[in-house]
Write a protein that binds this ligand. Structure first.
Ligand SMILES: [Zn+2]
Ligand SMILES: [Zn+2]
Ligand SMILES: [Zn+2]
Ligand SMILES: [Zn+2]
Length: 246
């Protein structure tokens, strides 16, 4: 169920207590967000007349005629009293993000918001690998949008890692392709939660690990490892390599 934004309106006394105390009076709209952020808007401009951002507590009381909203944050208090309410209701709200597709389970909109991808109807969330973008393509197995992520080359994978794990794709392509810079071993593709990297096959005798840059292989370095083109320029797979581009 989406969270609810409470919307209240009426002829109100709005009293702020904190460093100083002041009271406004007017026909205003009070918004209480699911995170308790409380905003009082009058007829003018975009800025609230009074507000508290994510206060410790908000209590909304109503008697059918009027309402009282009391928000507290430490020693600060915002109190809104309406003798007569013209509106008092809860409205479903979600986070808003850039639309990237449609949920195959419920047809709901899928948006990208704060680095995650979320269905606004079932509220399923998917994390994205670092540097990934969501594409217009759709997974043939589950119907979710596909993502594009560069780890040596571009991989086009299902948004759901259970459907199409990044580590499996990178392993198919780059397992034992390069040699360990510190011994005779091969570099194998390893994974940890949220991360795919290269490690020496002779672990734990050789403890060399290398993260795979978000970029594509464009050249060979004099050291024998590949050179990656990344958003911040070219670099050797081994970030400490002295032979690498600079
Ligand atoms: Zn959904
Ligand atoms: Zn899929
Ligand atoms: Zn090694
Ligand atoms: Zn190098």
């Amino acid at each position: 169920m989406p969270e609810r934004l409470r919307v209240l309106a009426g002829d109100c006394h709005v009293t702020e207590r904190g460093d100083r105390t002041r009271t406004h009076r007017g026909r205003v709209v009070v918004l209480v967000k699911p995170d308790n952020t409380t905003l009082v808007h009058d007829a003018d401009g975009y800025q609230p007349v009074a507000w508290l951002t994510r206060p410790d507590s908000v209590v909304v009381e109503g008697d059918g005629e009027g309402f009282t909203v009391t928000a507290r944050e430490g020693s600060r208090q915002l109190r809104i009293v309406a003798e007569e309410a013209t509106a008092a209701r809860g409205l479903p709200v979600t986070e808003a993000g850039i639309p990237v597709g449609t949920c195959p389970d419920d047809g709901g909109p899928i948006v990208r918001s704060r680095g995650d991808v979320v269905c606004l109807d079932c509220e399923t969330r998917w994390g994205l690998p670092a540097g990934a973008s969501v594409t217009d393509a759709t997974c043939g197995d589950c119907g979710l949008p596909k993502i594009r992520v560069e780890r040596g080359e571009p991989f086009h994978l299902c948004l759901d890692p259970a459907c199409d794990p990044l580590e499996a794709a990178v392993r198919d392509r780059f397992d034992r392709v390069w040699d360990c810079p510190d011994c005779e071993g091969d570099l194998t593709v390893e994974s940890a939660p949220g991360r795919v990297f290269l490690g020496c096959e002779h672990y734990p005798t050789c403890e060399t690990t290398l993260s795979i840059p978000n970029g594509v292989v464009v050249d060979d370095c004099d050291c024998g490892l590949p050179v990656f083109e990344t958003a911040t320029g070219r670099r050797c797979l081994d970030g400490t390599c002295e032979d690498g581009p600079r």
